[in-house]
Design a protein around this ligand. Structure first.
Ligand code: OFO
Length: 165
């Protein structure tokens, strides 16, 4: 049985995962509109992955006899100045998610909710991967620069990444 404070925090995380999914889906639309098809595909795939993160939490809350409650989800931004800004924002967002997961794990541990602490380990590992992934893309963009030709290759790279992931 989960403590009500823990349920509330897990529900907040459910909402944040929805937001992540919407953010990446919205970013995919921006990429598509600007002709970055590879980036659009990558973002769209990642939006689906975020729904997976949401679902995993939803199932856990539900299975422990508590009620998942879906709240209002903020609208994500839909205007970006360039592709590198999009990826700067994704990396910033993933760092925020990591912070939230760490806070959740801390609460679970300090309240001796070892079941939730154990459940959250998957997210701890996943956030490491997510930060690595987005930081890697960002570094690559910074390396090749922001001009058209360079971005063409970045876009191709993202298309490959979307296919392999
Ligand atoms: Fe991108 O990890 Fe969930 O939010």
């Amino acid at each position: 049985m989960l403590k009500s404070d823990m349920v509330e925090k897990l529900n907040e995380q459910i909402n944040l995962e929805f937001y992540s999914s919407n953010l990446y889906l919205q970013m995919s639309a921006w990429c598509e509109e600007k002709g970055f098809e590879g980036a659009a595909e990558f973002m769209r795939k990642h939006a689906i992955e975020e729904m997976g993160h949401m679902n995993r939490l939803f199932t856990y809350v539900s299975e422990t006899g508590a009620l998942p409650i879906l709240g209002v989800i903020d609208a994500p931004p839909h205007e970006f100045s360039c592709l590198s800004e999009v990826f700067e924002e994704t990396y910033k967002h993933e760092c925020l998610v990591t912070e939230r997961i760490n806070q959740l794990a801390h609460t679970a541990f300090t309240t001796q909710d070892y079941s939730t602490f154990n459940f959250l380990q998957w997210y701890v590992a996943e956030q490491h991967e997510e930060e690595k992934l987005f930081k890697g893309i960002l570094d690559k963009i910074e390396l090749v620069g922001n001009d058209g030709k360079a971005l063409f290759f970045i876009d191709k790279d993202l298309a490959d990444l979307a296919k392999s992931g």
